[in-house]
Design a protein. Sequence first.
Length: 216
Amino acid sequence: MFTGIVEEIGVIRNMERSGNAMKIRVGAKKVLEGVQLGDSIATNGVCLTVTSFGEDFFTADVMVATMEKAGLNRLSIGSKVNLERALTLSSRLGGHILQGHVDCVGRICSIEEQPSVYLLEVEMDPKFYPYVLDQGSIGLNGVSLTIYKAREDSVTVSLIPETLSRTNIMDLSVGDPITMEFDLLGKYVYKNLFGKEKATKEKKDITREFLLENGF
């Protein structure tokens, strides 16, 4: 579990594919304090397991399928990534609960600078609209943010200069991809309210004709 409060910006030092997995090396400092093998570090919002580490780096093995879904395959040597260690029981929950399981990769469609704040609009697949609402929470590149406005195919968040300066979002431009993790509570609520309804409907659609056509 993570809070979406970025601790530092790391740098991709190496990416090496081996079969269906990719080994990545990330340059870092702060998140290495007290690190142990097997610890989790959110990297651009993706939960990665530390497989080795040194004074200024850690490595992690990532399945290629995960790389593609989470957009990590778009990174290259020198790319900046947001880093956060896993939540501890003694930590303050400054953001909101994130699992590090990216739901999709959105695309920045506008950046608007206003007095003391930036409005960032991210385009997404409309199927994720049920998980977002105005003033709700969302994780973008592993950063816990509050939704300023939710639309059917996009969300707009507001960022203060402090957030921009402490994350890699300040380096993004219109058209760039960004990882998205929707609020865990919202996903469970939606599934419990509408998942059962869908399952019930599917059961009702099973007719005698359907069973005969399928060999029953």
